[in-house]
Design a binder for this molecule. Structure first.
Ligand code: NI
Ligand code: MN
Length: 219
């Protein structure tokens, strides 16, 4: 089970048979080549803000990948663009060839009227991966401790989402095997020191790893 960080909140998950892409903000983050080359089977989008929808429509049109998002985001953004969607909603899981993905609540706006923001809990390649999307710290994250999360992808940028201190509190609620910070240093407003965050996690006994954009690890 491979996980590649493509910057901001974009990850490529690959179980060897199926590729899942999340929040593909690539050309807008200075990686138009990645937007043109990535070959996902499914694209998961957590909410309708531009730094999460990103290149999703273009990638879906080029590859035929289906977009997985809330029904409201499908109705508001992807449906009108002619993109095929799998439109679930909070608390529900969608079962797909790679495993499943459960829509988990996120405390954030969405950019589309009436649309909730979400995160995703992936069961893929024998691993449990939580992509938090954009969110504030919330006590609901304690529910994830029962899910035995192998990798938690958490925003640390502050300003729009949790900052590093609240993200560390989230780690203590979720108790993942590994934490990977995301959603930092893309814009001046979310400038952070991810190594300091990882060190703070490790000081509390939680493994954390900072990935450079493009870096790939095996879970
Ligand atoms: Ni957002
Ligand atoms: Mn964002």
């Amino acid at each position: 089970m491979e996980l590649q960080f493509l910057g901001h909140a974009c990850f490529l998950l690959d179980d060897g048979a199926c590729k899942v892409l999340t929040d593909p903000f690539l050309s807008g983050a200075g990686h138009p080549d990645w937007a043109e080359q990535v070959q996902p089977d499914f694209i998961f989008v957590t909410h309708g803000h531009g730094d999460h929808v990103g290149d999703a429509v273009d990638i879906a049109r080029r590859t035929g990948a289906q977009v997985c998002c809330t029904a409201d985001l499908s109705d508001g953004v992807f449906g009108p663009a002619g993109v095929r969607c799998i439109a679930g909603n909070l608390g529900g899981a969608v079962r797909l060839p790679f495993g499943s993905a459960k829509y988990f609540q996120a405390l954030h706006g969405s950019g589309v009227a009436g649309c909730p923001a979400c995160g995703f809990l992936f069961e893929m390649g024998g691993k449990t991966i939580y992509h938090a999307g954009d969110t504030a710290l919330m006590t609901d994250m304690a529910l994830l401790a029962d899910e035995h999360v192998d990798a938690a992808l958490l925003p640390i940028g502050d300003f729009y989402t949790m900052g590093p201190a609240d993200a560390l509190r989230a780690v203590k609620l979720i108790r993942p095997r590994l934490t990977i910070p995301m959603h930092y240093n893309t814009f001046p407003a979310i400038a952070q020191d991810p190594a300091a965050f990882a060190a703070a996690c490790q000081a509390e006994g939680y493994e954390a790893k900072v990935l450079r954009p493009g870096e790939k690890i095996t879970l």
